[in-house]
Design a protein around this ligand. Structure first.
Ligand SMILES: Nc1ncnc2c1ncn2[C@@H]1O[C@H](COP(=O)(O)OP(=O)(O)OP(=O)(O)O)[C@@H](O)[C@H]1O
Ligand SMILES: [Mg+2]
Length: 196
């Protein structure tokens, strides 16, 4: 954790670090086109939250979870449930129980176990490499990254990732989720299917 960075705080970092050259090739790799997928109907908000909790249960430091979907499809609902499912970390000061929508922030960090959660909302970035100014390299080594609007990162989105694609269903509160497991998520994807 960089000096002075607190959990649960809105982050806009004046000290911009440049990516280390040796990291670049690895994180620019595209996911394998035949990555396994999982299609799930989410009839209501509770179903989205249940899915998020299931993903949280098998997440660990270094994970990247890319949340795709149009405005209002439930990316933040997913992120809130994910963060709420994890136990508070030792440094948690209690300000993270109510997880706000980061619509007007680029990043919020939460002290959680087994790893901190960094919730990015990249809707407002204008260049992919702005993620480095947010400390994205640090997130890759020590945190779980939940990323709304990951397409804004372009080729900087790590190939090893879980993609969650949310779309509107026919009923007002229905959503459809398509999960794509790449890299280390290939093996974990099967465990995310509902048991019943
Ligand atoms: N099945 C569902 N899953 C998730 N959210 C749902 C569902 N049904 C209704 N909703 C509602 O849809 C809205 C989703 O809002 P949310 O902020 O999560 O969207 P978002 O994808 O993060 O949008 P944005 O791109 O603006 O950040 C909430 O008001 C939520 O109550
Ligand atoms: Mg959102």
């Amino acid at each position: 954790m960089a000096a002075g960075r607190g959990y649960g705080k809105i982050s806009s970092f004046p000290g911009c670090r440049q990516p280390t050259p040796e990291l670049k090739p690895a994180i620019m790799a595209a996911p394998h086109p035949r990555s396994p997928t999982l299609d799930l109907a989410l009839p209501d908000e509770a179903a989205t939250a249940t899915l998020a909790r299931r993903v949280a249960a098998c997440s660990r430091a270094g994970d990247v979870i890319a949340l795709y979907g149009d405005l209002g499809t439930g990316k933040t609902v997913f992120a809130r449930a994910f963060i709420g499912a994890l136990a508070p970390g030792e440094q948690s000061d209690g300000d993270t129980e109510d997880v706000p929508s980061p619509t007007f922030t680029l990043l919020q960090c939460y002290d959680r176990e087994p790893a901190p959660v960094w919730h990015f909302d990249l809707y407002r970035i204008t260049r992919p490499d702005e993620v480095y100014e947010l400390g994205f390299e640090e997130a890759l080594t020590e945190a779980i990254s939940l990323i709304e609007w990951p397409e804004r990162m372009g080729p900087l989105l790590p190939a090893d990732r879980l993609e969650v694609h949310l779309t509107y269903g026919e009923a007002a509160n229905a959503r459809q989720a398509v999960l794509i497991g790449a890299g280390s998520w290939r093996a974990r994807l099967a465990g995310l299917a509902p048991h019943d």
